[in-house]
Design a protein around this ligand. Sequence first.
Ligand SMILES: C[S@@+](CC[C@H](N)C(=O)[O-])C[C@H]1O[C@@H](n2cnc3c(N)ncnc32)[C@H](O)[C@@H]1O
Length: 352
Amino acid sequence: MITQSYAEQFNTYLNHTLCRPLFLRGDALTVLSEFPSQSIDFCMTSPPYWNKREYHNGGIGLETTYEEYTEDLLKIFSEVKRVLKNSGSFWLNLGDTYHNKELLGIPWRIAIKMMDEQKWELRNDVIWNKLKGPDNSKDKLRNIHEYVFHFVKQTKDFYYDINSIRSKPREVQIKNGAIISATGVTGIRYKRQLELSTALSEAEKATAFEALNTTLERLKCGEISDFRMVIRNQQRTTHSNSEALSGRAKELVQKGFYFLYYHPDGSKPSDVWEIIPEDTTNRVDDHYAAYPEDLCKIPLLATCPPDGVALDPFCGIGTTNYVAKSLFRKSIGIDLSEKYIDYAERRCNTLF
Ligand SMILES: C[S@@+](CC[C@H](N)C(=O)[O-])C[C@H]1O[C@@H](n2cnc3c(N)ncnc32)[C@H](O)[C@@H]1O
């Protein structure tokens, strides 16, 4: 029988070196109010959505109006901000709700209040494309996305390890003496386009050839992993044509070409994530709303330092904690339900 206060359990946990998560059963607001300020490195959570479903033990989401729901969540997010270190990140997954056939825009209503009233800084509004979702309505499109907002407390000096989330580029190949980039670029097509170009002067063509050869050499020695060349009147451009607005537009006018170089360590993920939701056919007990493990990987890798402590104040069956542990991070999970916490604990124990 645990008789320690939440604060005592928290302090004892911080002194442990093991990354086995600490689970605390209770109301998120009450539990968080016992944590010291600036003691957590990372928070990721998915609160119950408004008016959607009832969890074991009730809790947030059962308010009569979405305004009350918003206020309840904001109180908790204010505590999250207090316990988060200044270098910390808060990733908030929220889905929307229809009420009387009207989409309420709840995620953005909350995000805007967090920015305006609580002074969170929003770094990304990630679209989680769930790729599938049943919807029999005859008068609207299928809803298959949710938001994952990335908030920080300060826009400078927050922890962010971009290299941990880059997708490693494929190797450059050399076949019969020719260099082939990871996406199959050899430079031959560009050379041909330059030769045939009527939009470049002979002097511009000579400079472009030289620059292309230099780029191919950089590719060969691994300085860049890939590139694209944009030649005046050849490739379609997506930047502004205004020279005042775009450096690239200026280069096209002045030199007749420019290069786009890929980062040698690979590209970084975009803000649209395609992740299939958890399989609910073999659902655990009566819990319906676990998010997929993949949803937490980028946030944890990029914004929770390896020696940091992660938090999920609505941990459910502990997905955030499970992924944190698998990435050797310590974590704390809070939930109202003893049943979900028990499950979360057992689930995390299966890891190592
Ligand atoms: C959407 S689920 C979280 C699922 C979790 N992301 C997972 O993957 O298992 C929301 C959870 O919030 C819990 N909850 C609701 N109100 C709460 C409160 N006031 N304090 C703590 N937990 C609460 C529910 O019991 C439920 O498990």
